[in-house]
Design a protein around this ligand. Structure first.
Ligand SMILES: N[C@@H](CCC(=O)N[C@@H](CS)C(=O)NCC(=O)O)C(=O)O
Length: 212
């Protein structure tokens, strides 16, 4: 199994999941030169990371990769079984992370780092929202997350699952971008996730090393 990877990106999420599973995998460190090679477009149509190659299966989209792996190794307990009611909430948080929670964080980042290359920040998205506007948007959509974490350490039946990795992956960015106050329950949640040995192996200290 091969994971195409760049540190601090969304590719950390499937790498963290692979470390939680404790299975052997090959990490392929991708750089801009490699993504420009014609063969790379066969792996990812937008020349991005992550990509997972598992024998005959080649998939992109970090959430899809995490979901696929958690199901493939269901016995490791990172996903509720499809027959369980908890599966509904598991889906909810997985989709929520990428569809609802991530966009305001990405817009905040675009406002903080306006000079990103066109491939990463297309011209029509530049300066379309201030940090204040995207922070207000983030805080609005984060409300259901804060509510569940009032009485739980993890999102689905208080058990650690791939949904915590995907939501936690978005919150890592929010943390790094200083969108979370230290008294915010999300700050505590993401800091707890960052103590996990599998996370530490996957991140290799990058989040603690980089400053914006
Ligand atoms: N929705 C996709 C987004 C993929 C994506 O935008 N990847 C970024 C890193 S977070 C990337 O590869 N950027 C480098 C580039 O565009 O050259 C996912 O979750 O996998």
């Amino acid at each position: 199994m091969k994971l195409y990877y760049i540190p601090t990106t969304r590719a950390v999420r499937p790498r963290w999941l692979l470390e939680e599973l404790g299975i052997t995998y090959e990490l392929v460190n991708v750089d801009m030169k490699m993504t420009q090679e014609p063969e790379y477009q066969e792996l990812h149509p937008h020349r991005k990371v992550p990509v997972l190659v598992d024998s005959e299966v080649t998939i992109f989209e970090s959430t899809a990769i995490c979901t696929y792996l958690a199901d493939k190794y269901l016995e490791k307990g990172l996903a509720p079984a499809p027959s369980q009611q908890a599966r509904a909430y598991y889906y909810q948080w997985l989709f929520y992370a990428s569809v609802t929670l991530e966009p305001p964080v990405e817009h905040f980042m675009f406002a903080v780092l306006p000079n990103l290359p066109e491939k990463i920040l297309p011209a029509q998205l530049r300066s379309c929202m201030t940090t204040t506007e995207s922070l207000q948007w983030f805080n609005r959509v984060a409300e259901p997350l804060r509510n569940v974490l009032l009485n739980n350490d993890y999102l689905v039946e208080n058990q650690f699952t791939a949904a915590d990795i995907v939501v936690g992956g978005v919150l890592l960015w929010a943390l790094k971008l200083q969108m979370l106050n230290s008294d915010d329950i999300l700050y505590k949640y993401v800091n707890n996730l960052m103590q996990r040995p599998a996370y530490l192996l996957a991140d290799e200290g990058f989040y603690t090393k980089i400053t914006l």
